[in-house]
Design a protein around this ligand. Sequence first.
Ligand SMILES: NC(=O)c1ccc[n+]([C@@H]2O[C@H](COP(=O)([O-])OP(=O)(O)OC[C@H]3O[C@@H](n4cnc5c(N)ncnc54)[C@H](OP(=O)(O)O)[C@@H]3O)[C@@H](O)[C@H]2O)c1
Length: 273
Amino acid sequence: MVFNTSRLVGKTVLITGASSGIGAATAILFAKGGSNLILLARRADALKAVADAATEAHKASGVQGGGKIATVQLDVSDRAQVAGLWEKVPKDLRDVDVLVNNAGFVHGVERVGEINASDIESMFATNVFGLIAMTQLIVKDMKARNTGHIINIGSVAGREPYVGGSIYCATKHAVRAFTGSLMRELVDTQIRVSEIQPGMVETEFSVVRFRGDKSAADKVYEGITPLTGEDIAEEIVWVASRPPHVNLAEVFVLPTNQASPTLAHRGGKVNAK
Ligand SMILES: NC(=O)c1ccc[n+]([C@@H]2O[C@H](COP(=O)([O-])OP(=O)(O)OC[C@H]3O[C@@H](n4cnc5c(N)ncnc54)[C@H](OP(=O)(O)O)[C@@H]3O)[C@@H](O)[C@H]2O)c1
C-alpha cells in the first residue's frame, strides 16, 4: 500500500463495474486496505476472478479486519435488478460506507445523425440512469445513518465535449451535474460526495468502444503513456481514506502528455491524433 488506509479497515465498499479496468483495480486496492466489498457487474466469471484476486490481496496485506467479499451479477441499467440488490447481499454487508459508481461505457465514434438509437439509449441507461438508480437506493440508508461517501466516476469527457463523443460526453456531463447537485443537497450531513474525472485510461474501455476491434483500441494509446486502472484506483482509495471532515469534491486526473480529450503529445508530435 502506498499510503495509509487505516480509516478504511472494516468499511464496506460497493463498486459497480468491478469486473474489469478501473473497478477491478479499485476492488483489489480497497481489499488490501482492509475493506469489505460488494462487487457488481454483468459478467459473473470475470467478477469471480476479481473477487479471488481481492481475497488474495487482502490475505497478502496482513491487514487485520475486512476481507469479506460479496459478488452480485447485476446490470445497473435494469431497474428491477437494482431494486432487488439487497436480496443478494449478506445482511452483515448491507450498511454501505463507500459507494463507487463506476460502471459505464461508450459505443462508437459516430457523429450526430449517424448514431444508433440503441447505443444512445444503452449509454444513458448505464452511465446516467444506472448511476442514479444505485445512488437513490443507497443514499437513503446513508442519510438514515448520517454517514457515507459516494464517489462517482466522471470523465474528462464530462468537462469538455469532443467530436464523435456526443452521447458519451452528454452522459458524463450529466454525471457531473448530478454529482454537483447531490453534494449540495447533502451539505448538512456527514455524507461526502466526490467525482473522479480521468483522462485516457487503458482498460477494456476502448475495446468496448470499437466493439471488440483490439487494433482500433490500441491506436487510441499510440505514442502516449496512458493511465492504468491501478492509477485511478489509487485516486479513488485516496479520496475515500481522507479524514471524515475532508471531501475531495473533484479529482481531474490525466496522463502527463494529455491536456484535454483531443490535445495530447504523442511520440514527439502534439495532437498527432
Ligand atoms: N478508460 C478510460 O479512458 C476512461 C476515462 C474516463 C472515464 N472512464 C470511466 O471509467 C469507468 C470504468 O471504465 P473502465 O475504463 O474501467 O472500462 P472497462 O474496463 O470497460 O470497465 C467497465 C466496467 O463497467 C461494467 N459495466 C458496463 N455496463 C454495465 C452495466 N450495465 N451494469 C453493470 N456493469 C456494467 C463492466 O462490466 P460487465 O461488462 O461485466 O458488466 C466493466 O466492469 C466508466 O464509467 C468509464 O466511463 C474511463
